[in-house]
Design a protein around this ligand. Structure first.
Ligand SMILES: Cc1ncc(COP(=O)(O)O)c(C=O)c1O
Length: 449
């Protein structure tokens, strides 16, 4: 019998994360302090992050050891299996071999705990008592709630309002792990109240929720903020996904031709591809494809400029493809992909031509997700269906033996209302909101570089 799943034993799980910063062909543009207009210093970030994570953010060490306590927590669900999608291949009548790295295997159901566990741990050892965060579809919020429970921290979550109502079960999951969770914009923060006074029906956005979470962290005692994507240290923690995938492919003698992942802030895709990027820099033929929604087309339609990570302009300035920090994307069901910017590292890869980016409408993605569920059984998260749609397109006219690998970033069992809307024909596709994006791009700060 042919194998369907490639497992690693717990002993084979990587004990280090891979930091690509020292191996980049060109250095990453610095993060800028908006007040001084100079590169940020570690102490600038100290009000919101613990020093160990700040040091990881700027580290020039290639391999960063994973502490034993984190390894122990990872072992609740790691290593995750790499699957061969044979039935999906058959349905597509493709000559390609398709694999997926199953990050939906974690208790919260996505890749997000890979960094949530690490962040909760480093905050804990530095004496922090409470973490605040934002969440889109609730995947990140529930992952941080899970991690905070492991390390006995309080967890306060601002959840984008449209998802809070569309996806009550993720909220309940976070609450089951002991978190406090508010719909954002909320009346709990000054910024939330300001947004509500302008637009009482605001559906919310990740940018607004980040502002609320940062405000709560800065004003709270023994409280820090935790971000589920975008920053270097988040992508660093997610490299465990790519490192495992690399080992698993080597075990079966497969050489990937293309790696695919969906992109919200860039953490699952970043962590998946980063261990393979040096091979491409050295000339190996391998493609990396980032997939985003047409309703929030950051990499495909955004400008490569310095911008704030949040709507209230409280974060440092990041050089990234951006749709403008005031852009509120339409309320598509892939809530985790509704972010105006992207990880600076991933944007740097795109700028250097190392990564390609494409975008799809949500309905074609749900259709792809259902075909996958009907052949492989696993119901993907709406975010993940974007990667699956790209897999289908890549598999279509593939030559014999092409190896396609994608990151199955999460399951969709708490997103059944989205599938219901799709199955009942109630789901809308949103045209690229060109006018709204043009408007938001006018607010970009002027920074050279
Ligand atoms: C299942 C899933 N996939 C992908 C994403 C997108 O985030 P990122 O680009 O940081 O991986 C999210 C975000 O919430 C998610 O929940």
């Amino acid at each position: 019998m042919e194998e369907n799943k490639i497992y690693l034993s717990e002993k084979e799980m990587p004990k280090v994360w891979y930091n690509i910063l020292p191996d980049l062909p060109e250095p990453l543009p610095p993060v800028i302090n908006p007040k001084t207009r100079q590169p940020v210093k570690p102490e600038d970030l100290a009000p919101i992050f613990p020093m160990s994570l700040i040091m990881q953010e700027f580290s020039s060490e290639r391999w960063i050891e994973i502490p034993d306590e984190i390894i122990r927590a990872y072992k609740i669900y790691r290593p995750t299996p790499l699957h061969r999608a044979r039935n999906f291949e058959k349905a597509l009548k493709t000559k390609a071999r398709i694999y997926f790295k199953n990050e939906s295997f974690s208790p919260p159901g996505s890749h997000k705990p890979n960094t949530a566990i690490a962040q909760a741990y480093y905050n804990k050892i530095e004496g922090v008592k409470r973490l605040t965060t934002e969440t889109g579809a609730g995947q990140w919020g529930s992952a941080l709630a899970f991690a905070c429970k492991i390390f006995d921290l309080e967890c306060v979550i601002f959840m984008v309002k449209v998802s809070y109502h569309q996806k009550p079960y993720r909220k309940l999951l976070a609450q089951s792990w002991g978190a406090t969770i508010y719909p954002s914009p909320s009346d709990k923060t000054e910024f939330g109240r300001k947004v509500l006074s302008h637009d009482p029906n605001s559906p919310g956005s990740l940018g607004i929720a980040i502002s609320e979470a940062i405000e709560t962290a800065v004003k709270g005692e023994d409280t820090k903020y935790s971000l589920g994507s975008v920053l270097n240290h988040v992508l660093l923690h997610q490299t465990i996904v790519g490192l495992e995938t690399k080992k698993q492919l080597e075990l079966i003698g497969e050489k990937p031709d293309i790696l695919i992942g969906c992109v919200g802030g860039g953490s699952n895709f970043g962590g998946f591809i980063i261990p393979f990027v040096p091979d491409k820099i050295k000339g190996k033929s391998i493609r990396f494809v980032a997939v985003e929604p047409k309703a929030c087309p950051t990499l495909t339609k955004g400008l490569y400029r310095y911008d704030f990570g949040d709507t209230a302009c409280t974060t440092p300035l990041l050089k990234m493809y951006t749709l403008g920090h005031s852009f509120v994307p339409p309320g598509i069901h892939a809530g985790g992909l509704r972010y105006h910017g992207d990880a600076p590292l991933l944007c740097h890869f795109v700028k250097l031509g190392l990564v390609e980016a494409i975008s799809y409408y949500q309905k074609e993605c749900f259709q792809a997700g259902l075909l996958f569920a009907q052949t492989e059984g696993f119901l993907p998260a709406p975010e993940t269906t974007h990667a699956i749609k790209a897999v289908i397109d890549e598999a279509k006219d593939a030559p014999e033996g092409k190896v396609i690998v994608y990151n199955h970033s999460g399951h969709g069992y708490f997103d059944l209302s989205a599938y219901e809307a799709y199955l009942e024909g109630k789901l809308e596709d949103f045209e690229y909101p060109e006018e709204k994006i043009k408007e938001a791009l006018k607010d970009l700060p002027e920074i050279n570089g």
